[in-house]
Design a protein around this ligand. Structure first.
Ligand SMILES: [Zn+2]
Length: 818
């Protein structure tokens, strides 16, 4: 190809064509639009559910929005010795839907632990870290933990025992259990606006969390001074809970398979928990009978904590240590009440110390929130210093992004669960390590884990405990939004901690081949961590910092949180609200980040420096002559010259003619007249524009970009000028709207550019940054020298020598260990 032409259509019928000189090889590619062509900017409304009276096109609850209500009264008794829970509950179910219901579905999540559950029967071998299919010359493997799990499940009868279900008249209702779901047939259909009551007696054997794995369970401490040791009980998914009945799905009928968490209804709870008298109980809600379960001193301390600068111990370390030595046959009943919560969880142990500090958040909703932590001596100084403070920090940051924390308590409890959230209560795993000298210390990793997990789990009290998204279907709606915000809160705590939600932290995942779109049902997601946590969190970071800017993003995000607090949003409600409230079309963003597995890889392939033709042949043709002269001379000619070989023309100067004295760039009056004629035909305004452009003689650069990753994104360009200064130029994603594969961009500068960089600050999760520079950079890396060593397989064994090995005694073994 010979000439690259850029056309300017000025806003007028008359067209003045100005040309740039450009080296060869530049081509403007035309995109293939047949076959696999995909419009990355196609409107998302074609995919989203149609707006209706329940959910509006703005992403708001519609004018007829409704949700059900389920209130619970539960009396539970913890049988510590048998690690069993027995309880009786009364559910008052309010039908706010426009439909008449003949039955009510109940979630029986404990049934996931039955040997014949859908989760157990559909578990695959080799797809879990605990099992490994092996390979060539490598046996398949199963972890001891997995064997322990199988043994525990074989030895214990797990799942709910449901004795009886009755209505308010005491008449038995028939029920049908379908895995982790149960249909209770009502005696009479429940009309819209009416409520009904179910009384359910139930019980179950509590799982050992370390053995089975789950979101609750007991942990045994065999080394405690007390005969037989002690347990910490974390109790959740523990009562038959009403399944969600919604405008978009009717009854939730996806069974609990383990990953997809819970889809819940809001309601009020009154729960009485009967435990050994020396236990300390933490639970969703507010303690109703402190005078019956706490000493007067403990009650005074709790009062002091409300205005304390640092957490105050309600139960001190010494008292907890004393408790865990003894045990008692006495019992106490702890009574809790919680309003407008979607679930209820609790924890109980005689090992707990308890600290508390009031968070004075002000406002009218909940001016004082009690931040509290419950932990055994194994939590130690790590918990004393950071747990309750992290709880408060979380509320300070999250409230700024959403709404005031709406509940009276906010709790962090240590136990066997690494991290799990419930309304007003969270389970968090980090511990200190017992050293030989009897002290307890913790690593930097454990400290970061504690602060990080507390922020994350307390953050969940906002999403999804208040903004009640459907976890069974969409893990990203709570984990992704929450990971985004826990990163914000985390960086405000200590930016040196890697929060894992920076754009750079997801590039390995984004370019990997084992991926499904974020918009995949929770139980079918591959690689849940990056899929449902880090990728959506990083995407939201990018949306905030790169695409919308903080003002627009924060306004829209807060709008989403406030629209949907104590309500039930779907993905469409989130997508629509973010667009409607920011005023920015983000369909391409949701498509690329949430509905596809494309990644970001924008390559800056070529840069052309263009010089505007003056049209004056005496200037332009001289330039072209120079361009010609700058091209390399044929090596054939060079070597002939080096050999001293003369050409015929040189040897016969007497026969030279006009063509030997002039070249094709020689200007004659013919061209000068044409130039004058070009100038004469310009309209006055065209002449002004042209003269100014010639006089300014700016630098025109054409940059060729290709989109190798498929995900359309803004191009964050940085120019470095010859004088060393830099300038940023942000190209919006819409540059890709007609051709998502290749685009060219004209950049006009006053100063000469020496290099261009795309996304030099790593803001877009571009997976290959080597192709982001023009000119390219040498890639710094490392190489290590190493000594080759032969492998030791069983043929290489020196059996003759090994046979001489003496058997070690137990004493020898312990000597080796120390
Ligand atoms: Zn989470």
């Amino acid at each position: 190809m010979s000439m690259y032409k850029t056309r300017f259509w000025w806003a007028c019928a008359s067209i003045a064509l100005v040309t740039f000189s450009l080296p060869s090889a530049a081509t403007a590619s035309i995109q293939q639009t047949k076959g696999n062509y995909e419009d990355k900017f196609r409107q998302l409304d074609e995919v989203l559910p149609t707006p209706n009276v329940y959910r509006s096109a703005a992403g708001e609850p519609g004018e007829n929005y409704w949700q059900q209500k389920a209130d619970y009264k539960i009396e539970a008794r913890l049988d510590e010795k048998n690690r069993r829970l027995d309880a009786a509950e009364t559910i008052t179910y309010q039908n706010n839907s426009p439909y008449t219901l003949k039955y009510i579905w109940i979630q029986l999540d404990q049934n996931i632990f039955r040997n014949d559950s859908r989760a157990e029967r559909s578990a695959t071998f080799g797809s879990h870290p605990d099992t490994d299919l092996g390979g060539i010359d490598k046996p398949a493997r199963i972890s001891l933990g997995q064997l322990r799990r199988q043994q525990f499940m074989a030895d214990n009868e797990l799942g709910f025992a449901i004795d009886e279900i009755a209505n308010s008249e005491g008449n038995a209702l028939s029920f049908t259990i379908v895995g982790t779901n149960m249909r209770v047939d009502l005696a009479e259909p429940l009309a819209p606006g009416k409520s009904t009551t179910l009384a359910i007696d139930f019980g179950f054997n509590i799982i050992e969390e370390d053995a089975v794995g789950g979101r609750s369970g007991y942990e045994h401490f065999p080394d405690d001074a007390r005969e037989g040791g002690n347990d910490i009980f974390l109790i959740a998914q523990w009562y038959p809970r009403v399944a969600a009945f919604t405008d978009y799905e009717a009854w939730t009928n996806k069974e609990f398979l383990g990953s997809g968490e819970f889809t819940m209804e809001f309601g009020d709870f009154e729960v009485a928990i009967d435990v050994p008298a020396d236990h300390i109980v933490s639970a969703t809600g507010e303690l109703q009978n402190p005078d019956q379960v706490l000493t007067e001193q403990q009650q005074r301390r709790l009062e002091q904590a409300k205005t304390a600068q640092r957490p105050v111990f309600v139960v001190t370390a010494e008292e907890a240590l004393e408790n865990e030595k003894a045990g008692t046959d006495e019992r106490k009943v702890w009574r809790f009440a919680a309003e407008n919560v979607r679930d209820f969880a609790w924890a109980s142990s005689r090992k707990f110390m308890w600290d508390a500090k009031g968070y004075q958040q002000g406002g009218s909703v909940q001016p004082l929130v009690m931040a509290m932590s419950f932990y055994p001596k194994e939590g130690g100084d790590l918990w004393k210093k950071y747990s309750t403070e992290s709880v408060i920090h979380t509320m300070e940051v999250y409230s700024r992004f959403s709404f005031d924390y709406p509940y009276p308590t906010s709790q962090s409890v240590n136990g066997p669960v690494g991290g799990m959230e419930y309304p007003m209560i969270t389970f968090n795993g980090p511990r200190t390590e017992l050293q030989d000298d009897g002290s307890r210390t913790y690593s930097l990793a454990e400290k970061r884990f504690l602060i990080g997990v507390v922020i994350h789990e307390i953050g969940h009290i906002y999403f999804p405990m208040v903004v009640n998204s459907d976890e069974r279907q969409w893990t990203w709606m709570d984990e992704g939004l929450n990971s985004f915000l826990d990163g914000v809160a985390g960086r405000e705590w200590d930016p040196s901690i890697p929060w894992g939600v920076e754009p750079r932290s997801i590039v390995d995942y984004m370019k990997s081949s084992v991926q499904v779109p974020i918009m995949t049902q929770s139980d079918s997601v591959l690689r849940l961590g990056p899929n449902a946590y880090s990728k959506p969190a990083a995407a939201l970071n990018i949306l905030r910092e790169v695409i919308l800017g903080r003002d627009l993003f924060d306004f829209a995000f807060r709008e989403y949180a406030q629209r949907w607090m104590f309500k039930r949003p779907t993905p469409a409600d989130f997508f629509r609200t973010m667009e409607e409230a920011s005023g920015v079309d983000l369909d391409w963003f949701w498509r690329g980040w949430f509905y596809s597995t494309d990644h970001v890889d924008i390559s800056l392939d070529r840069v052309y420096k263009l010089q505007l033709d003056t049209k004056d042949p005496d200037i332009d043709w001289q330039r072209r002559r120079q361009e010609q002269a700058d091209k390399p001379v044929s090596y054939f000619v060079q070597r002939n010259e080096a050999e001293g070989r003369k050409t015929w023309v040189e040897m016969n100067p007497d026969v030279r003619d006009y063509h030997d004295e002039n070249d094709r760039f020689t200007v004659t009056n013919k061209q000068r007249n044409a130039y004058q004629s070009f100038l004469d035909k310009l309209e006055p305004w065209e002449r002004r524009v042209f003269d100014r452009a010639i006089a300014e003689n700016k630098n025109y650069y054409v940059l060729d970009f290709s989109n190798l990753g498929g995900l359309v994104m803004p191009i964050l360009l940085q120019m470095t000028y010859a004088d060393g200064s830099t300038e940023d130029y942000r190209v919006p994603a819409e540059i890709w709207r007609r051709n998502a594969d290749n685009v060219s961009k004209l950049i006009v500068t006053d100063k000469e550019v020496v290099s261009f960089a795309v996304d030099p600050n790593w803001e877009t999760a571009d997976v290959d940054i080597e192709n982001n520079y023009y000119p390219r950079k040498i890639i710094p890396s490392r190489i290590e020298a190493f000594k080759y060593e032969r492998g030791t397989d069983h043929i290489s064994r020196d059996l003759m020598q090994e046979a001489k090995t003496e058997l070690k005694t137990e004493e020898d073994q312990s000597d080796d260990e120390s």
